[in-house]
Ligand binder design. Sequence first.
Ligand code: NAG
Ligand code: NAG
Ligand code: NAG
Ligand code: NAG
Ligand code: NAG
Ligand code: NAG
Ligand code: NAG
Ligand code: NAG
Ligand code: NAG
Length: 357
Amino acid sequence: MVCVNQVLILILLSLSALFFSSSTAQNFKCSTPGKCTALVGYVPHNRTSLSDILNLFNIKNLRNLLGANGLSITTPRNYTVEAKRTIKIPITCRCSNGTGVSYNGPVYTVKKDDGLFFIASEVFTGLVEYEKIQTANKIPNANLIEIGQNLTIPLPCSCDDVDSDKVVHYAHVVQSGNSLESIAKEFGTDEDTLKKINDIADDSKLIADKPIDVPLKACNSSINSDSPDSSLRVANGTYVFTANNCVKCTCDDASSTTLRCEQTQLKLVNSKWKTCPSAQCEGSESLSIGNFTTNGCNRTTCTYAGYTDQKILTVTTNDTLTTCSSPSNIASRIGSSWSFLFISSIHLIPLFLHLFQ
Ligand SMILES: *[C@@H]1O[C@H](CO)[C@@H](O)[C@H](O)[C@H]1NC(C)=O
Ligand SMILES: *[C@@H]1O[C@H](CO)[C@@H](O)[C@H](O)[C@H]1NC(C)=O
Ligand SMILES: *[C@@H]1O[C@H](CO)[C@@H](O)[C@H](O)[C@H]1NC(C)=O
Ligand SMILES: *[C@@H]1O[C@H](CO)[C@@H](O)[C@H](O)[C@H]1NC(C)=O
Ligand SMILES: *[C@@H]1O[C@H](CO)[C@@H](O)[C@H](O)[C@H]1NC(C)=O
Ligand SMILES: *[C@@H]1O[C@H](CO)[C@@H](O)[C@H](O)[C@H]1NC(C)=O
Ligand SMILES: *[C@@H]1O[C@H](CO)[C@@H](O)[C@H](O)[C@H]1NC(C)=O
Ligand SMILES: *[C@@H]1O[C@H](CO)[C@@H](O)[C@H](O)[C@H]1NC(C)=O
Ligand SMILES: *[C@@H]1O[C@H](CO)[C@@H](O)[C@H](O)[C@H]1NC(C)=O
């Protein structure tokens, strides 16, 4: 009997050695000082709700979760999230020693029958390896955790620019059947970028159920470098609240449009400001952030440019509408307005006939 036991222990030991060596997954590279917002992709194994997700990831404001997923701001807390549906979780990221890890949490309280492996692979759906939870919480024996014990969960993230593009880093848990090509296509990036930032040579290095760093394109913005939110990055298809929640900024399409910001009508709770300061552009009383006026081919736009302790900063820009023909070609411009008039009058005749019938 003793002999059998010893053999069993030996087998278990070598198995765990194998397991450890094959699961030393890459950390996300991160060397930018300070903190930033990043995203992780949570794919719940069971049906859940936004409110359970808020609790699991210690997110205070529902609107931040809604924004990260481009969900309507009126979506209720008890909104059902079906199993296997990906929910993007906004986290605060901090780089340290060359790698990025979520800052201050989330904190998970151990429940009955939990083990570190279960917490890592089931509860946090593979976003983190159990060894990393063990290290972060200085747990000597992975098999010994106690009910009620609080564990800091170190989620992977990064704050680095990619090829001098400002991006939002997204931790995507590789699904079986994923290839670098399919991941690049799904998230609007390219294979070479994925290979470079993850230090992987080809598809054979993709490991199912492990996170990989995917840089999401973010909209260009005109926020001043000395504004507290100068590092604000809004990923394609998401929105965020900034300037003490007085401004909502949306990125509709990162490849062609700039950040679209507007004033909010939120009730300010626990905010530095009791009421939101004016978001009107100086010198153009009729224009607030997000508004524009056109005068012929000229457009004047009022854009969000950051904030200070006292006020919301704005910038007024003038540009020429691209739908207008180039000013250097006056003849063709006159021509096109005449043909416009001509078409209009042709269209007007049947309209009038219709009115008189
Ligand atoms: C969510 O709560 C509202 C009322 O607060 C209720 O009417 C609705 O049925 C609930 N939805 C779900 C999916 O539980
Ligand atoms: C930083 O990383 C190096 C090597 O990767 C390691 O030896 C060192 O202990 C780390 N320092 C901290 C503070 O984690
Ligand atoms: C999901 O449901 C299965 C089956 O009921 C259960 O075994 C598993 O523990 C659940 N996962 C989580 C994270 O609760
Ligand atoms: C764990 O965290 C919860 C919630 O923050 C707190 O109520 C509880 O006292 C903590 N438990 C321990 C053992 O620190
Ligand atoms: C941005 O998102 C839109 C849809 O939400 C999509 O059509 C477009 O391809 C995305 N662009 C990039 C650069 O990811
Ligand atoms: C982004 O904005 C900066 C300044 O606002 C501008 O110089 C740059 O050309 C813009 N880039 C794109 C791709 O629009
Ligand atoms: C200006 O934008 C605000 C929202 O920021 C909107 O409520 C208002 O109707 C807009 N005004 C004009 C003239 O478009
Ligand atoms: C449009 O702007 C140009 C200069 O950029 C100016 O010469 C022209 O008068 C403006 N047109 C109108 C209708 O304001
Ligand atoms: C934009 O145009 C308006 C009038 O069309 C002018 O008063 C203003 O100075 C211009 N602003 C800039 C930044 O060029």
